[in-house]
Design a protein around this ligand. Structure first.
Ligand SMILES: C[S@@+](CC[C@H](N)C(=O)[O-])C[C@H]1O[C@@H](n2cnc3c(N)ncnc32)[C@H](O)[C@@H]1O
Ligand SMILES: [Zn+2]
Length: 497
């Protein structure tokens, strides 16, 4: 039989013991093998020795019943509910740690928020969840206050945080608006920015100036987007003049905006996750046709796809968070599970869940976030239809047809994007009640879809004169998608910084 020999470090990990305990066990006769000048260990042999020699002490000391339960049961819920805990227990257990993290006033706030919870009716898991939510909320408020910018605008933030589900229309320049917004206060951003000089309402002197403007907006959006959250950026590779050398039509070329934006986002701290190609169907120009003559070298750029770029924000945050299983703050930092994501291991010996190797629960803010749907009664369920549609990173759906048979622009906006993009982004990357922002809102498709999906939709649009009526009409026309039509929208105007 083949045996695997491991090193001291792996034995410690396997048994979840410290080096000191390891040395004690070694003195007590833990089986070792000398290989050359060093020692190796056979895990199976060690396991047998630990049991037969009654050396379980180091484990059973931690939580005897729990250990037995784990051996006999694969039902985590049962174990979790066999040990009753409550909010007061968690406050007491975490006392020392909490007083290191929070001021007295903040601690009082935490306690009073937690007091409103009737924990008698709740399972341990729900109690831990509530405790953890309040703890993280308070940590976040603290972080937000510490990172407020000098342009922070209380009125704007009150407007955004008002207590109703109406679409928030913000009239203004999105860079100015973002500067006034609270740090890490939005859970998703989705947009289709101006495509350089593709429309007459947006004109830049040259491509570099355009990209520098976009960089400033992306930089500010990094601050405003909540941590471990997503930016969905829809852009096309246009055919235009970069205006860096000549301004005549001879200077026209393919401008790979998608590629430029990936680099910009990376430089501003985002992680590039995917480039979903939106297959728009028919090509919208006749550049490639060469008057119907099919001979070599008449290959010109077409335009029947766009990018849907997906980016993550992972700001490394090494502040402790409670174990999602037992609520303890007795946790040790592990390595980063991916760049910018701090992971933790629970060191509370009374914790209800241990791995088969007897290690404490390992978790991160991101893994907690991804499991938030657990007790949400299917409110965040994504339908099979949507999953099937987006299961590949080339996805075909038609663009919005905005010109009717008389040639009239029926939507009053020259570049609306289809519902499909915000629908995917919102269903995939947010939970019920969270905030979704489109800084180039145009016809307000993103906030409309967000409201429809019971999220808070926020849109910023610069061009009030041109689009006000069209936007309001679009929102009103979409109201039959909603269950109720109270508070369809609210408006706020930004003064330039
Ligand atoms: C490509 S369109 C957005 C299309 C949008 N996704 C839709 O479905 O209608 C870009 C929009 O951004 C607006 N815009 C351009 N620069 C802006 C800025 N600095 N701040 C806010 N809005 C801006 C334009 O007026 C235009 O309505
Ligand atoms: Zn734990």
């Amino acid at each position: 039989m083949e045996t695997t020999l491991v090193k001291e470090k792996e034995v410690c990990e396997y048994l979840n013991i410290s080096r000191t305990t390891f040395w004690r066990l070694k003195k007590d006769g833990l089986p070792t093998l000398k290989v050359g000048n060093s020692y190796r260990y056979n895990i199976d042999e060690i396991k047998n020795w630990v049991v037969s020699e009654g050396q379980q002490n180091y484990q059973t000391k931690q939580n005897p019943e729990l250990y037995e339960n784990l051996e006999n049961s694969d039902n985590e819920d049962k174990i979790i509910n066999d040990y009753r805990i409550n909010i007061n227990y968690l406050l007491e257990h975490n006392k020392t740690c909490l007083s290191k993290i929070f001021t007295i006033a903040e601690l009082e706030k935490l306690k009073s928020n937690l007091k409103t919870i009737n924990d008698e009716e709740l399972t341990n898991q729900q109690i831990v969840r509530k405790f953890s939510d309040e703890f993280i909320k308070l940590q976040q408020e603290k972080y937000q206050k510490e990172n407020r910018q000098k342009d922070f605008d209380e009125n704007l933030n009150n407007f955004i945080n008002q207590d109703n589900n109406g679409i928030r229309i913000v009239w203004g320049n999105c860079l100015d608006t973002l500067k006034k917004m609270e740090t890490e206060s939005v859970q998703l951003m989705v947009t289709s920015p101006p495509y350089y000089n593709a429309r007459d309402y947006s004109q830049w002197e040259n491509i570099d100036l355009y990209l520098e403007d976009m960089r400033m907006i992306i930089r500010e959006s990094y601050r405003v987007l909540d941590n471990h959250r997503v930016w969905v950026w829809n852009v096309g590779d246009i055919f235009d003049n970069d205006r860096k050398t000549v301004k005549s039509t001879w200077g026209k070329r393919r401008l790979p905006l998608g590629a430029y934006f990936i680099k910009l986002f990376e430089e501003e701290g985002f992680e590039f996750v995917d480039d979903v190609i939106w297959d728009k169907g028919e090509v919208e120009s006749k550049r490639h046709m060469n008057g119907g003559m099919n001979y070599p070298f008449y290959q010109y750029p077409l335009n029947c796809y766009e990018h849907i770029l997906i980016f993550h924000k992972h700001r490394l945050d090494t502040k402790k968070i409670p174990c999602p299983v037992c609520g303890s703050l007795k946790v040790n930092g592990n390595s980063q599970s991916e760049i910018g994501v701090q992971s933790w291991e629970c060191k509370n010996e009374k914790c209800f869940v241990r791995s088969v190797n007897n290690r404490g629960k390992r978790f991160s803010l991101r893994t907690n976030m991804m499991q938030e749907w657990h007790d949400n009664d299917n409110r965040n369920f994504i339908e099979k239809k949507v999953i099937n549609k987006w299961r590949r990173d080339i996805v075909a759906f038609p663009p919005v047809i905005k010109i009717n048979h008389n040639g009239t622009n029926v939507l009053g906006h020259s570049a609306p994007f289809p519902y499909d993009i915000p629908e995917m982004a919102i269903k995939y990357f947010t939970f019920h009640g969270e905030k979704v922002l489109d800084p180039f809102a145009g016809s307000f498709t993103t906030p409309i879809v967000a409201r429809n999906l019971k999220r808070i939709g926020i849109g910023i649009e610069l061009n009030k004169t041109m689009f006000h009526d069209a936007i309001i009409n679009h929102i009103k026309a979409s109201k039959n998608m909603f269950n109720d039509d109270t508070n369809l929208y609210n408006e706020f105007t930004i003064n330039p910084v």
